[in-house]
Design a protein around this ligand. Structure first.
Ligand code: NAP
Length: 242
């Protein structure tokens, strides 16, 4: 029986899920926050922008006769996941999640796990050269420390230009481990700050850090609502169809 599936998107996995679900005959709408310019679009119908909180999302679910919310958002997008869960509860429909596994430290890694960017910024030793790869929203606790410098890499430009002691690089992954090593060497980086996003595409910076003995400050994932969760689009589709 085909379902009407609302995919909360913004990731490569969400695009893969949209294509797979459509190929299996389901009726799919993907929702994107609409923050990035020229986003990669999934197959099928796409809507853009916030819903106006959990009530707005619940209203959309009712208007579109959605059967299941498939949350395929980024592991750090905690608010939209909480809203998806709440909307599903209030509309008495299923909320399921597609979540890529978190990275785990391997032999040779020097990682310190922290709960958020604020904690990450406080534990960096004085006068350190840092590579920040945490997106554009959370750089302020780092640039507020006058003894830190280095490279800030993100996809879209930040709202405010960082101070001159930071080099801003706008670039979209993937990057090879060789490219990551060259970047770390060229800028004399000794600490990498990253979010535990998971996924193969972004893991090359961790390999580079391991090989160059760069310390990693790993910001761990926020808690998401309880749900049937799959690591791949295929597994999630099995859950949806069960
Ligand atoms: P967030 O903090 O969880 O959500 C903030 C608000 O943005 C939500 O309350 C919602 O507004 C709106 N929103 C977020 N995702 C949406 C979606 N897929 N469809 C419609 N509205 C959405 O999210 P975020 O961390 O800013 O991330 C925004 C988007 O970028 C997500 O779709 C996520 O998958 C993607 N992304 C995030 C990261 C990251 O590191 N956070 C990285 C890569 C991609 P309303 O309350 O008005 O509905």
């Amino acid at each position: 029986m085909p379902s009407r599936v609302l995919i909360l998107g913004g990731t490569g996995e969400a695009r893969a899920l949209a294509l797979l679900s459509m190929n299996e005959g389901h009726d799919v709408i993907t929702s994107l926050a609409g923050r990035t310019s020229g986003p990669l679009l999934p197959a099928g119908r796409v809507r853009f922008g916030g819903f106006g909180g959990p009530e707005g999302l619940a209203q959309f679910v009712r208007e579109e006769s959605i059967d299941v919310i498939a949350d395929a958002t980024h592991p750090f997008a905690a608010q939209i996941s909480a809203h998806g869960y709440a909307a599903a509860q209030s509309c008495h429909i299923r909320y399921v999640r597609l979540e890529r596994p978190a990275w785990r430290a391997q032999a040779g890694d020097a990682w310190t796990s922290v709960k958020d960017t604020g904690e990450a910024a406080t534990i960096i030793p004085p006068n350190t050269r840092v590579l920040l790869t945490i997106g554009r929203k959370a750089i302020s606790p780092f640039v507020a420390r006058h003894d830190l410098s280095g490279v800030i890499r993100m996809i879209e430009p930040p709202e405010r230009q960082p101070p001159a002691r930071w080099k801003l690089i706008l670039a979209r992954p993937p990057f090879t481990a060789e490219q990551e090593k060259a970047l770390m060497r060229a800028h004399d980086i000794s600490v990498l700050v990253t979010k535990n996003a998971g996924g193969a595409q972004m893991a090359s910076k961790l390999q580079a850090a391991r090989e160059l003995r760069v310390t990693v400050i790993m910001i761990e994932r926020p808690q998401k609502p309880p749900a049937e969760t799959a690591a791949t689009p295929e597994e999630l589709l099995n859950i949806i169809e069960a």
